[in-house]
Design a protein around this ligand. Structure first.
Ligand SMILES: C[S@@+](CC[C@H](N)C(=O)[O-])C[C@H]1O[C@@H](n2cnc3c(N)ncnc32)[C@H](O)[C@@H]1O
Length: 254
């Protein structure tokens, strides 16, 4: 649903990028519309597009998209010398791979890295795919972390921290509730209002402070919203759009 809706949003592209990539990847997808979600998705799309274009402008050569689904940024923001890695569950990836093949991106397509964040070592999977942990990377978690249990989020983000060369950045959307609300009740309430609350439940909705604690436990510190040039701290409905940087010296030596 997100990818199909994103295909209708006006967006930028790089000089060598494919402005029609999102529509092409979603070819033949029939999904129920969700117009109420559109303003939030527009804001979210702008945030992650800006995160990628900022990374490109700063000379990053590695963009890693976690839970990529039908994300088109590897094609839309294609740039010479820049490698995109997309990590997702094998079942989702095999359908994405077929759709990518039909677009024939040749050598310029993303590196597909199959992994289940609940069980797999993402740092090792990325390394096998040719990701260089000593170089700066932008790690993108769009619409993903809400689907994972808190312990899986900590495990995943700690593995990203272990793969993060100097100056790396994490861009993430985080599902938030107001302070003073019980997080388990917020999750139950939110799933009760969703079409797919039973089949694909949301699992982690926290206060802003709760998310900041979770990120800190994984070695990431949320950037101050005024810290140029990265966009951070923006709101999109109940999503908090943040960028974070690796905490130096985390984890402490054993
Ligand atoms: C709501 S979609 C978001 C897709 C994309 N980031 C976007 O915003 O269009 C969530 C994605 O996370 C992936 N995902 C969920 N749980 C996962 C897990 N345990 N391991 C790997 N990927 C997972 C799903 O396969 C799906 O592609």
């Amino acid at each position: 649903v997100v990818a199909v809706m994103r295909a209708g949003i006006e967006r930028g592209t790089t000089p060598g990028g494919d402005p029609g990539a999102q529509a092409a990847l979603c070819r033949d997808m029939a999904v129920p519309p969700a117009p109420a979600f559109l303003p939030q998705l527009v804001e979210r799309t702008r945030f992650f597009d800006a995160s990628v274009t900022t990374a490109l402008a700063l000379g990053f050569a590695q963009i890693v998209i976690l839970g990529a689904g039908y994300d088109d940024r590897a094609l839309r923001f294609r740039s010479p010398g820049v490698r995109y890695f997309e990590v997702d569950q094998p079942a989702t990836q095999s359908d994405k791979a077929a759709r990518l093949d039909a677009l024939d991106p040749g050598d310029t397509g993303p590196e597909l890295v199959p992994a289940d964040f609940r069980t797999d070592d993402v740092a090792a999977a990325l390394a096998r795919a040719g990701h260089d942990r000593w170089k700066a990377s932008l790690f993108v978690c769009e619409g993903l972390l809400v689907y994972l249990e808190a312990e899986t989020i900590v495990m995943l983000l700690a593995q990203l921290k272990a793969s993060a060369g100097d100056d790396s950045v994490l861009a993430a959307s985080l599902a938030v509730h107001p302070d003073g609300v019980d997080s388990a009740r917020a999750v139950a309430w939110a799933n009760g209002r969703r079409r797919s609350g039973q089949t694909e439940p949301w699992r982690t909705i926290l206060s802003r402070a709760g998310h900041a604690e979770l990120l800190a436990a994984s070695g990431w510190s949320i950037r101050d919203g005024s810290a140029a040039p990265w966009p951070t701290g923006r709101e999109a409905g109940s999503s908090w759009l943040v960028t974070a940087e690796p905490i130096a010296g985390h984890p402490p030596p054993a």
